[in-house]
Write a protein that binds this ligand. Structure first.
Ligand code: SF4
Ligand code: SF4
Length: 502
């Protein structure tokens, strides 16, 4: 039941008057002991939790020079205060990035700086007490780790890193978040976030093959565990069944088919998402990443391609080699890892895909840059490739494209409101309110250009928008995947199917 009010869309964004504590009641369900223990954390709040928390903080600060610099260098200039979508949507001052950081910084000062140890009041240093613990659990789960504030901070202070460290400390004392930690456990044991076992996966893929054949008259394979295929596709498990994601998976399959590329999915690594990043846990991130390496070796593939998933691409692009490398057994002629958009863009550039743009003439498109792709990684071998490549693919597949306002796209993009491990119904109020700036920008292009659909290349963004759009008077199916546009515009010949080439 919805017991909050959806913010009213304004023509121009307005910085709200602060309402202290208005979001203090928002916190995700705490993970049960079995969920916590399964991924290596204490089942519940440990007796000496303050001592454990401070020890863990010391470890993290000594391991990460960046974290220490972020904690030491804020000059309270205020440039970040109005840059967070959660502050703009909720008006809670603790959702200002600097205030969120200060929840961590005040404790750090108390225990790890000279002034904080001896003159705590003078420097605003605070104890790690129960009140602070409650604030941490609440407000570090009101940060989607989107890094928008970092772009505007003159020192590049990264609130996402502080938020990850805080969640790691919370887990270390036995207070983990149910949504993320349950998913990590499932992905580690079953292979995907949904807990979808191999027979169900196979069944789903066969069903999709039938759908494609019925729609196009062409046999397009979606192979599973196909040994010696050239490409292992690792994609978010939402792609296997949920709308609009599944239309993207169909699009990837059509692209591979049209280009005559041999590919496979893996039942062992049937998940691109890596929620280990959201909770700042290197060990859990590594376990998930190792499944991809194991699957690539087992299947004997030459390339690894990632489907449309924002944070999965960030983990893959930045950390996969460190977490699970070296990948010297793959073909060095291809980027490792490679994004599905890079594959499609390259094929378009080389005129290897026949596209009929007019098929998408019923749509006027805008594009939502996903935070983890826009600010957490890159794409292709050109500066700004993560902004250029998706837009060029869209323009190759449809005739009507309009960007949203400049200060809401590319590096300045606003989070969908559900990233960073917050895509759970226990945080619905936060998700709806946090989506406000993106919804205002969308409304503007709907009014000005008649935009009908917003394209996204992140599974979390797509799920979040499907749920949130109706709260703001839009239709849930106004969010679509980039590879749906591609799949619909592709003119398929019988060509070389994967069943022939494998
Ligand atoms: S990282 Fe994003 S969600 Fe977190 S404080 Fe900064 S702007 Fe807000
Ligand atoms: S912009 Fe950076 S330095 Fe300024 S208040 Fe925010 S975090 Fe501190």
């Amino acid at each position: 039941m919805v017991d909050f009010e959806t913010p009213v869309l304004k023509q121009y964004p307005i910085i709200p008057l602060i309402q202290p504590g208005v979001m203090a009641h928002i916190k995700p369900y705490v993970a049960k002991p079995e969920i916590q223990e399964k991924i290596g954390f204490p089942g519940e709040l440990v007796a000496n939790w303050q001592e454990v928390a401070i020890k863990k903080m010391g470890e993290l600060v000594s391991k990460s020079r960046a974290l220490q610099v972020f904690l030491d260098s804020c000059v309270k200039c205020g440039a970040c205060t109005d840059k967070c979508h959660y502050f703009l949507g909720t008006a809670d001052p603790k959702n200002m990035p600097v205030a969120r950081q200060d929840l961590f910084r005040d404790v750090y000062r108390r225990y790890f700086t000279f002034a904080g140890k001896y003159f705590p009041k003078l420097v605003g240093a605070k104890e790690m007490d129960k009140e602070m613990l409650d604030d941490w659990y609440s407000y570090f789960h009101q940060c989607s780790q989107c890094r928008r504030c970092t772009v505007y901070c003159p020192f590049g202070i990264d609130t996402a890193e502080i938020s990850m460290a805080a969640r790691e400390i919370l887990d270390s004392i036995g207070v983990g978040q149910k949504y993320c930690n349950e998913i990590i456990g499932k992905a580690q044991t079953i292979g995907n976030n949904l807990g979808l076992p191999e027979p169900a996966l196979l069944d789903t893929l066969e069903g999709l093959e039938e759908d494609i054949e019925e729609e196009t008259g062409v046999v397009v394979r979606l192979p599973l565990d196909q040994k010696n295929a050239d490409i292992l596709l690792v994609t978010p498990s939402a792609d296997f069944f949920a709308e609009p994601h599944v239309d993207g998976l169909i699009g990837y399959a059509k692209v591979f088919h049209a280009a005559g590329l041999s590919w496979t999915l893996s039942s062992h690594a049937s998940e691109a998402a890596n929620f280990g990043m959201f909770i700042g846990s290197y060990e859990n991130m590594q376990k998930l990443a190792m499944r991809i390496r194991d699957a690539a070796l087992e299947l004997g593939v030459k390339r690894i391609v990632f489907g449309e998933c924002g944070h999965a691409w960030r983990v893959a692009y930045n950390f996969l080699n460190t977490l699970a490398g070296p990948f010297d057994f793959l073909d060095p002629n291809y980027p490792m890892p490679q994004h599905i958009c890079e594959v499609t863009y390259d094929l378009i550039q080389r005129n290897l895909l026949k596209l009929d743009k007019s098929v998408n003439d019923d749509k006027v498109i805008t594009f939502h840059d996903s935070c983890n792709i826009a600010r957490g990684s890159r794409m292709g071998d050109m500066v700004g490739g993560q902004f250029i490549i998706p837009r060029e693919i869209i323009k190759a597949c449809c005739n009507h494209f309009y960007d949203m306002a400049d200060d809401t796209i590319k590096e300045a993009t606003f989070c969908c409101g559900g990233g960073g491990g917050l895509l759970t119904d226990d945080l619905l109020e936060l998700r709806v309110k946090g989506a406000l700036p993106r919804m205002e920008a969308l409304k503007q292009v709907v009014d000005d250009y008649g935009v009908t659909h917003m394209v996204a290349i992140c599974a979390i963004c797509k799920s979040q928008f499907s749920k949130i759009l109706p709260h703001y008077g839009f239709e849930m199916d106004q969010v679509i995947t980039l590879h749906q546009l591609v799949g619909d515009a592709l003119v398929l010949d019988e060509g070389t199917s994967n069943s022939d080439s494998n």
